[in-house]
Design a protein around this ligand. Structure first.
Ligand code: GCU
Length: 724
């Protein structure tokens, strides 16, 4: 009887409890492992070949980095090949070895290695003692670590290793992530949870995620990280916080990842109690000297400072009538004896200047060329305004023969749909890097300028504003992991193609099945153009919601500064639309070199993707590529963008069952939001611009749903990632 009651009760509980079904337990790929999944290779013949070539491995060296290489190889090969056997270097088939010792396996090495610098490496298959050996070698252990990750990438992407022979060295020296993370863990323009840095628990509590972060960066050649927001909190320079920074620096060091800090320029006054923070005040310089010595005492390889000064309300040398060069040099002089550098941002604009915003950075920095110390780089956003879905290049690239221009890309998607839009940024980065500045004649591409190949810069670099947060999958969306990935790959080599990177990332992250790889690569390659189409086609820009930048708000006209208002940028009237930056307007084109300058001066020769960036044109203007009127073309592009998103979404749905169910579902859910928001963008913008054009929706296209008033009334007080 008793057992009957128990069974009965269990049955009742079983029927009512929501956690009884086995299917509610879901296991699978949640995205934490990024592109370093190392699951067993399904291609058996290739796996066998790799087993022969790689299973018995040896890492020669005693450093912490050598141990990291061992751990990574063991973990990766056990996973990928189901076999891993550490061996003595005599019997190994795979040898990782640093420096001259490599000549034991590659006797004719000559000066090949020395040409590759501190971070480059060679991966080569050689015959040694009558057997085939794969050698990974470099001048430093960090170079060997990069080489090891490259070797693993070849295996992960199923690239045969027979006769492998790769030499690689980074084309830029400083390859850094910029975290816009605040000490309270809010991430400005962050859409993947909180900051990964738990400052409160540091220095003692060190999450495994910190180490995995360093591994991920090393795997793509990123060698630095600026831990805190450019809108910097001076607390970062206090002794208690420097201890925390040290804890991270110690963890990251063996992965070749240097730590940098953003600083607030007026720290000598606010932290040090000085009367001012004037860079020419000897007391101020002394304060920085002392502070910097204190930092290096804790972190001997500290990278240096990133500075946002006299920009959007931040203090700077201009507060004391000094130039950006005077401000930067004061810091550079203090950092120099320790080997540190200054990354001084060119993102400056002010209402009072009486000059159009897109021209201000150039006007400010071009005359300072040659005035900066050798350990300063000027860090400039890819376009002249602010990380829009598409911008022409900043005219500063190529404009300074002596001052290195460092690239600043945004990886986080402040203006591109936050973390629910499926947008691969590779094609955008590639478009920028391959644009010709004509600085020293044809072929002076932005990539070459940044890499110091047009002018021989003493320092070179690329920064990417991070999209990483505390979300389990790091970036809030599986596909957006690829943007972190492609930033690293392109910072190492500006020549690499976005398509190649999309393909390798897909193979490492989603699947090696060629049908899947092909489909996902196609979706990725389409996605940026699609977003430009439904947000800001034909060179429109800065028409996002106020403050948070979420969703469309081209109608906004009441903000404190003229150049914060969308109406300032699109300039729609009954007569036409677009910003006249040609010689008949504000003449921003004069800042570019010939023949780019002339090309952009005329709407007929301006690439259509930048048309309304540089020209104000009548609604009936004939668009060359399609023969449509400007109005019809704008509307068509908005509709095309939505169709492209629908296409991406359907294509993704067709992959069900072919990739991990968790990954599949996460992206599918985001796609639902993406499509809804693309339609919202299209409807709101088309309805709004129609009030000026007063023309019908072209035949064949459905009327946008909703009313303009409803779109205007939408508010998002809690949109994530907002600034101060
Ligand atoms: C954008 C962004 C700000 C950021 C600024 C910068 O304006 O919206 O949040 O601080 O860029 O790059 O400094």
């Amino acid at each position: 009887m008793k057992s009957f009651i128990v069974s009965f009760l269990l049955l009742v509980i079983g029927l009512t409890s929501p956690i009884t079904q086995a299917s509610s337990i879901v296991t699978g790929e949640d995205g934490y492992r990024l592109w370093m999944k190392y699951d067993l290779l399904q291609n058996k013949s290739l796996r066998k070949a790799y087993q022969k070539q790689l299973t018995k491995w040896s890492v020669v060296g005693q450093s912490e980095t050598s141990q990291i290489i061992r751990d990574e190889l063991d973990y990766a090969l056990s996973g990928l090949l189901g076999q891993s056997e550490p061996a003595g270097y005599r019997s190994a088939n795979l040898v990782v070895v640093t420096g001259r010792l490599a000549t034991r396996w590659i006797p004719d090495l000559g000066d090949e290695l020395s040409k590759l610098g501190d971070e480059g490496y060679i991966i080569r298959q050689v015959e040694h003692n009558n057997k085939s050996v794969i050698v990974v070698t470099a001048n430093t252990d960090i170079g060997a670590l990069y080489g090891t990750f490259n070797l693993l990438r070849l295996v992960q992407t199923q690239t045969p290793l027979d006769a492998v022979d790769i030499s690689s060295a980074p084309k830029t020296k400083v390859r850094v992530l910029n975290h816009w993370d605040n000490p309270d863990r809010h991430v400005e323009r962050g859409f993947a949870g909180e900051s990964i840095w738990d400052w409160h628990k540091l220095p003692h509590y060190k999450y495994q995620k910190y180490t995995d972060y360093a591994r991920a960066n090393a795997s793509i050649g990123i060698n630095g990280t600026v831990l805190n927001n450019v809108n910097a909190d001076p607390i970062m320079l206090t002794p208690a916080y420097l201890e925390k920074v040290k804890a991270l620096a110690d963890l990251f060091r063996p992965y070749g990842l240097k730590v940098y800090l953003s600083i607030k320029f007026n720290s000598p006054a606010t932290l040090g109690g000085l009367k001012n923070s004037d860079p020419l005040n000897p007391q101020v310089a002394k304060w920085w000297d002392k502070k910097i010595a204190e930092i290096y005492q804790l972190i001997p390889d500290f990278g240096g400072f990133l500075v946002k000064a006299n920009s959007e309300g931040q203090p700077g040398p201009g507060d004391y009538g000094r130039t950006h060069a005077q401000g930067a040099n004061m810091l550079a002089d203090a950092l120099k004896p320790h080997g540190g550098i200054v990354m001084w941002r060119a993102f400056v604009y002010a209402n009072e200047k009486n000059e159009e915003r897109s021209k201000q950075a150039y006007s400010e920095f071009k005359p300072l060329d040659g005035k900066f110390r050798e350990n300063v780089m000027v860090q400039v956003k890819n376009g002249p305004i602010d990380f829009q879905p598409r911008e022409p290049i900043s005219p500063l690239f190529g404009a300074t023969q002596e001052t290195p221009m460092m690239m600043e890309f945004q990886i986080t998607m402040e203006y591109l749909g936050f973390s629910t839009h499926f947008v691969y940024l590779g094609p955008m980065y590639e478009e920028v890097l391959k644009t010709d500045t004509y600085a020293k004649g044809k072929g002076s591409t932005v990539g070459k300028v940044v890499a110091g190949e047009v002018y021989d810069y003493p320092l070179t670099g690329m920064a990417g504003v991070s999209n990483i947060g505390s979300d389990r999958n790091w970036t809030g969306h599986i596909i957006l992991q690829s943007n972190w990935y492609v930033f690293g790959r392109m910072a190492w080599d500006y020549n690499i193609s976005a398509e190649q990177v999309a393909e390798e990332w897909t193979r490492m992250t989603l699947s090696n099945k060629s049908a899947v790889v092909k489909k996902v690569t196609e979706m990725m390659m389409l996605s940026h153009e699609a977003t430009v189409n439904y947000m800001t086609p034909l060179g429109l820009h800065h028409i996002m919601g106020t403050g948070h930048h979420y969703g469309p708000a081209p109608w906004v006209d009441d903000l404190g500064r003229a150049d914060w208002n969308p109406v300032y940028y699109h300039r729609a009237t009954k007569g036409g639309i677009g910003f006249d930056r040609s010689p008949s307007g504000v003449n921003a084109v004069e800042q570019y070199f010939s023949p780019l300058k002339e090309q952009l001066a005329d709407p007929k020769s301006t690439p259509e993707k930048y048309l309304l960036w540089f020209h104000h044109l009548p609604w009936d203007y004939k668009v060359k590529s399609s023969g449509r009127t400007l109005w019809d073309e704008i509307v068509h592009r908005y509709y095309l963008g939505v169709d492209q998103v629908a296409q991406i979404s359907q294509s993704w749905d067709s992959l069900q069952g072919q990739i991990d169910p968790l990954q599949f579902k996460q992206v599918q859910m985001a796609n639902t939001i993406h499509l809804k928001e693309a339609i919202w963008w299209r409807n709101a913008c088309v309805l709004y611009f129609q009030t000026f054009s007063q023309r019908p929706i072209p035949p064949g296209l459905d009327k946008p749903q909703g009313t303009l008033d409803t779109y205007k009334a939408m508010e998002f007080p809690y949109a994530p990632g907002q600034g101060e």
